[in-house]
Ligand binder design. Structure first.
Ligand code: G3H
Ligand code: 13P
Ligand code: ZN
Length: 312
């Protein structure tokens, strides 16, 4: 199967009450871990590349790694997606490079400017059968020191979504309902809930339209514990409970973004490995279990959070 865009994936996910996992890729082990898990579970998957990833690996390597994954796993649909494209030009470059889906992230811009640039991206992307995600509302982290009262101002305003989707023609919409990027999503003692009520209000205004959840890592405490036990320091790292994500995936959320959990899986495994094998220095020795940890974590998510097993 060649790379696909997200049209079919999201249509089926919406109707089936499940979500497609969108996992950030930065190197070969991550691409392998994710796609091996998806292939074994017969699940569609989105591999996404951030601007930072593109800078780290350069524009060719990640694309070629994803092409290799398609050769290795021909039975499952895989989309190659630009994560948080900061400009029309970056989206255009990725489309020209063969990405099948792009996100234009104008969420920090004034509304009209976000609309205008997202619409330009859509006009270009659709000529090449590439799907477009845009964002309304701003994700925040507790690290941003946002006061609880002010949190409301960050959430997506449901009264804007119809206008935005109609005027831009985007294929999916990322919304802010209390998730945030990184490993510190809630303060200790805070109720780790997301605003399913806002999601439902948005879904009512956009029937059948695919919604995207960023900042959706669960920050598994087993990884945090291992990191802290073997020389790391990540006190109070807290993620989104899987039960909250399940509610979202059962509703209008068709794409759930995960990056931090991949970083945690790799870091925890490598930290422990170095502790247990201080004399080892062949990268394959520690990258193999790290890749396996990514695979196991992704498989768990495909089963328990996305519920996308056998949806390929
Ligand atoms: O949304 C952010 C993703 O986790 C990508 O992070 O820009 O450090 O690659 P990055
Ligand atoms: P996490 O930091 O929660 O993994 O979110 C990743 C993300 O939203 C990528 O766009
Ligand atoms: Zn994101």
């Amino acid at each position: 199967m060649a790379l696909t865009n997200t049209v079919d994936m999201f249509k089926k996910a919406y109707e089936g009450g499940y979500a497609i996992g969108a996992f950030n890729v930065n190197n070969m082990e991550i691409v392998q871990g994710i796609t091996e898990a998806a292939a074994e579970l017969n699940s569609p998957v989105i591999l996404q590349v951030s601007t930072g990833a593109r800078k780290y690996a350069n524009r060719t390597f990640l694309k070629k790694l994803v092409e290799a994954a398609i050769i290795e796993h021909p039975a499952i649909p895989i989309a190659l997606h630009l994560d948080h494209g900061p400009s029309f030009e970056m989206c255009r470059d990725c489309i020209d490079d063969g990405f099948t889906s792009v996100m234009y992230d104008g969420s920090s811009l004034p509304y009209e400017q976000n609309v205008e640039i997202a619409a330009r991206v859509v006009e270009y992307a659709h000529k090449y059968n590439v799907t477009v995600e845009a964002e309304l509302g701003t994700l925040s982290g507790v690290e941003d020191d946002v006061a609880v009262e002010d949190d409301k101002a960050q959430f997506t305003d449901p009264s804007q979504v119809q206008d935005f989707v109609t005027r831009t023609g985007v294929d999916s919409l990322a919304i802010a309902i209390g998730t945030s990027h990184g490993a510190y999503k809630f303060k200790p003692g805070q109720d780790p809930k997301i605003r399913i009520d806002i999601l439902n209000e948005i879904a009512e205004r956009l029937p059948g339209f695919p919604i995207v959840l960023h900042g959706a890592s669960s920050v598994p405490q087993s990884f945090v514990k291992e990191i802290n036990e073997y020389g790391g320091s990540m006190p109070n790292a807290i993620g989104i409970p899987e039960s909250e994500l399940r509610k979202a995936a059962a509703g209008a959320v068709c794409k759930i973004n995960v990056d931090s959990d991949i970083r945690l899986a790799l870091t925890a495994t490598i930290r422990k490995y170095f502790h247990d094998h201080p004399d080892h220095f062949d990268p394959r020795q520690y990258l193999a279990p790290a890749r396996q940890a990514v695979k196991d974590m992704v498989a768990h998510k495909i089963r328990e959070v996305m519920a996308s097993v056998d949806k390929a």
